[in-house]
Design a protein. Structure first.
Length: 345
């Protein structure tokens, strides 16, 4: 019964589990809410220590997608998939994603899949051979990472203006934790605007790529969260701000692409008490979702329209910051209120 308690706590819709012996597929699809429309969310394909960890990840991420869609004004709900990989097993990736595509198709359109950590446009192309409920294929909007990064950059600009009173990023120190797909494009955006950038990543090749392409500085992953900087941009996995990391923070703004960066909601309150402006993750990182949602629209995908809508995230973030200040309330609570007003009335 614990799983039902967890679903009720998160105001859930449905949870789907699927296995396929032939391909080794073990997949979870969490559909959080479809009141505003079918749920869109990526498919994460990584190893998990336990099935409970995979289900928990899917459920938290799906709720974040509901909130992300609602705060962005999209006619969609939120959902998420995870594929549990066995680190010791060799997979036929084509067969694996064909099986996953069939699983998505069985859900009947309540869930529309796209790429996420551990998946790519080419994987979505395979899924598209089995279901029409897929976005982010090479024939559609492609890789959403540049749009996510654009939205995060615009959110950082809004935060810098609100917190520091500056209209530009020239010379500001931004520390980026995680420079994979989205993090790399964010560094590219920030570099073009003259920011001073320090990066960290568990993958040395990702770090070296940023050094070679943009001349950034690098620190070990253990030091990035405590680095003195103007903006800290978490772009790796979630739950990085907790009882251990928050006391060591040396930044004025937290604004990045990672999902669920607060280990618990109370950690957002701790940031507020310390005077650190936190850009709620599901609001600032909505650019990729906005991009693929346009692909699903009746008029079809238009890159110019996607860029225009993602650029508008500056205004969405500014609205959250202003309301938080007016109500003397942490930004993550304000963002949740806005979403719940839209979804639940």
């Amino acid at each position: 019964m614990e799983i039902f308690d967890r679903m009720q706590d998160l105001r859930y819709g449905a949870l789907h589990l699927h296995t396929d012996e032939a391909t080794g597929l073990r997949a979870v699809v969490a559909v959080h809410n479809t009141r505003l429309g079918p749920g869109i969310g990526g498919c994460r394909c990584i190893p998990y220590a336990t099935s409970d960890a995979a289900i928990t990840d899917a459920m938290r991420l799906a709720r974040g997608m509901s909130y992300k869609a609602a705060i962005s004004g999209l006619p969609h709900g939120g959902a998420k998939a995870v594929i549990m990989l066995d680190a010791d097993r060799e997979y036929d990736r084509t067969a694996l994603f064909e099986a996953y595509g069939r699983f998505v198709d069985q859900i009947g359109g309540a869930y529309i899949t796209c790429e996420d950590s551990g998946t790519s446009t080419s994987d979505m192309d395979i899924v598209a051979t089995q279901t029409r409920h897929v976005l982010g294929t090479s024939a559609g909007s492609g890789d959403p990472s540049p749009y996510t990064a654009l939205g995060v950059r615009r959110g950082i600009e809004a935060a810098v203006k609100f917190q520091l009173g500056r209209d530009d990023l020239d010379g500001l120190h931004v520390a980026v934790q995680g420079v994979g797909h989205v993090g790399y494009y964010l560094v590219k955006e920030l570099h073009a605007l003259g920011a001073r950038i320090t990066v960290a990543d568990i993958n040395a090749d990702n770090v070296q790529r940023c050094i070679d392409d943009f001349g950034v500085n690098a620190v070990p992953t253990s030091g990035i969260l405590s680095l003195e900087c103007d903006v800290l941009a978490p772009c790796a996995l979630g739950a990085v701000f907790d009882d251990d990391s928050i006391p060591a923070l040396n930044t004025k703004i937290i604004a990045g692409a990672a999902n669920n960066v607060l280990a618990e909601d109370r950690h957002g309150v701790e940031l507020f008490k310390r005077g650190i402006l936190y850009a709620p993750d599901y609001a600032i990182n909505a650019g990729g979702l906005i991009n693929v949602a346009i692909e699903y629209s009746p008029d079809g995908y238009d890159a110019g329209r996607a860029t225009e809508q993602v650029t508008g995230l500056y205004d969405a973030m500014w609205g959250i910051f202003e309301r938080a200040k007016a109500e003397d309330t942490p930004t993550h609570i304000i963002a949740d209120r806005i979403v719940e007003e839209r979804i639940f009335g």
